[in-house]
Design a protein around this ligand. Structure first.
Ligand SMILES: NC(=O)C1=CN([C@@H]2O[C@H](COP(=O)(O)OP(=O)(O)OC[C@H]3O[C@@H](n4cnc5c(N)ncnc54)[C@H](OP(=O)(O)O)[C@@H]3O)[C@@H](O)[C@H]2O)C=CC1
Ligand SMILES: C[C@H]1O[C@H](OP(=O)(O)OP(=O)(O)OC[C@H]2O[C@@H](n3cnc4c(=O)[nH]c(N)nc43)[C@H](O)[C@@H]2O)[C@@H](O)[C@@H](O)C1=O
Length: 321
């Protein structure tokens, strides 16, 4: 099949204010397309009538579905109803509305948590639905699996060119630094930074520090999604990762090095570890001609700079800047 060109197209980035959505908007500036965005005031994407009315009015040619209820291990475990309901509604509303107006191509963003908790490593795409999920995020995972299945079903029943990408743990500019709801990377950046400023003796990390995670800078993720939009047109979802993982303790040590904090790292084992390991196979995406370009330490430097700039903007210009 011929590659899909975004040039001259009306491209909707759903979730454009989020970490991935804003990276997609930055990346799409190089594609010669018109980027469409919907604010929350334009449409609550959980609301079917509002979503379908906005899509009818704006008629995108292509859609990146990066709107979702997103959070780290504790948020997922604490708000299972929100993570299941919000994500089911958002993805169902956008996929159905996109089909109704004849969207040419749609990319749905899932997550590596769709795979079984004890899937063989590195995890190949075919491991989906071969075993039980990790309990801390099974609600979110079920919603994301439903999103993959929606894209597959619209392809099978209607011939819609809807595809799915499964990113690994992402980080970078635009991340959520709230310590209760964030993922591990922004939490560690903030903890190390604040400990450095306070002259503290240690930072505390959640769990045992032994789980392994694979990290990808969000600009690499956006680049991979644009690549897939152009070259991929098939039923099976595609893993989007770096192909390498580290333990959480190793990550904490690297973040402390980048931030310049030299105290101790203490484990709070009353907090959950989550899945022990979720390194995804990168073979399919490599075979499609894409590889990451931002190494972990350089990526953390970039994320720390973005954190400092965001904090500065917040302090100087106020929360509404
Ligand atoms: N962050 C990560 O580590 C990973 C993310 N992903 C996936 O990437 C995608 C984007 O994640 P990320 O950018 O990190 O998440 P963010 O939380 O940064 O962004 C989510 C976006 O969705 C929007 N949104 C949420 N609910 C609604 C709603 N009801 N109506 C309108 N807009 C809504 C938010 O709007 P507003 O800004 O107004 O709140 C925000 O712009 C998700 O599908 C996620 O599953 C996959 C793997 C890892
Ligand atoms: C992207 C992915 O993100 C989530 O899964 P997760 O990878 O388990 O999430 P996480 O980034 O929050 O934690 C990774 C590891 O890090 C440890 N950890 C240490 N110290 C802190 C800490 O301070 N904060 C957090 N959040 N975690 C910490 C933590 O205990 C865990 O062992 C799901 O939402 C899932 O749905 C999903 O898709």
């Amino acid at each position: 099949m011929a590659a899909y060109s975004l040039a001259g197209k009306r491209v909707w980035v759903a979730g454009h204010r989020g970490m991935v959505g804003s990276a997609l908007v930055r990346r799409l500036a190089r594609e010669g397309c018109e980027v469409l965005t919907a604010s929350r005031a334009d449409a609550d994407l959980k609301n079917q009538a509002q979503t379908s009315a906005w899509v009818e009015r704006n008629r995108p040619d292509a859609v990146f579905l990066a709107a979702a209820k997103v959070g780290g291990i504790m948020a997922n475990d604490t708000y299972p109803a929100d993570f299941l309901y919000d994500n089911l509604m958002i993805e169902a509303n956008i996929i159905e509305a996109s089909f109704r107006v004849g969207v040419e191509k749609l990319l749905f963003l899932g997550s590596s948590c769709i795979y079984p908790k004890f899937a063989p490593q590195p995890i190949v795409e075919d491991a989906l639905l071969t075993g039980p999920l990790e309990p801390t995020n099974e609600w979110y995972a079920i919603a994301k699996i439903a999103g993959i299945k929606l894209a597959q079903a619209y392809r099978k029943q209607h011939g819609a060119d809807f595809i799915s990408a499964m990113p690994t743990n992402l980080y970078g500019p635009g991340d959520n630094f709230d310590l209760n709801s964030s993922h591990v990377m922004p939490a560690l950046i903030r903890k190390a930074h604040e400990a450095k400023l306070a002259g503290a003796a240690s930072i505390t990390i959640w769990g045992t520090g032994t789980p392994r995670r694979e990290f990808l800078h969000v600009d690499d993720c956006a680049d991979a999604c644009v690549h897939l939009m152009k070259v991929y047109s098939d039923t099976v979802h595609v893993n989007v990762g770096s192909g390498e993982d580290v333990t959480i303790r190793e990550l904490a040590e690297l973040v402390c090095k980048v931030v310049g904090f030299s105290g101790d790292i203490v484990c709070d084992t009353s907090k959950p570890d989550g899945t022990p390991r979720k390194l995804m196979s990168a073979d399919k995406l490599r075979g499609l001609g894409w590889k990451p370009s931002i190494a972990l330490e350089a990526g953390i430097r970039d994320a720390y700079t973005a954190f400092l700039n965001a904090n500065y903007a917040e302090r100087v210009l106020g929360p509404a800047h």
